[in-house]
Design a binder for this molecule. Structure first.
Ligand SMILES: [Zn+2]
Length: 94
């Protein structure tokens, strides 16, 4: 399975490009992948998913949030230094 390398959050045509920390999926009979989220955008994305479920755009199942920190370190191409830069940048933004 190939996962997106970016957070799914976007606002006014601006796409968040922080590597995701969470996989969000909805479980209704089968698991349905909804999107990815960085640490910062977990709450807005959860809210968006709830809205989409109300609109019946996505199955109205149970939301599953999986931490992918361990996986993402393998997915991101780049040196350890790159990853640390991303991580420290994230801390600054918080
Ligand atoms: Zn994000």
């Amino acid at each position: 399975m190939t996962l997106p390398r970016k957070c799914s959050f976007s606002k006014l045509a601006t796409q968040c490009d922080i590597p995701p920390s969470y996989i969000l999926s909805v479980i209704e009979k089968e698991e349905y992948l909804v999107g990815m989220s960085c640490m910062e955008h977990l709450e807005p994305i959860k809210y968006k998913i709830k809205k989409l479920q109300q609109n019946h755009s996505i199955p109205n199942g149970k939301l599953k949030i999986e931490n992918i920190k361990m996986i993402s370190t393998n997915c991101i191409k780049g040196s350890q230094q790159d990853y640390e830069d991303v991580y420290s940048q994230r801390l600054r933004e918080n």
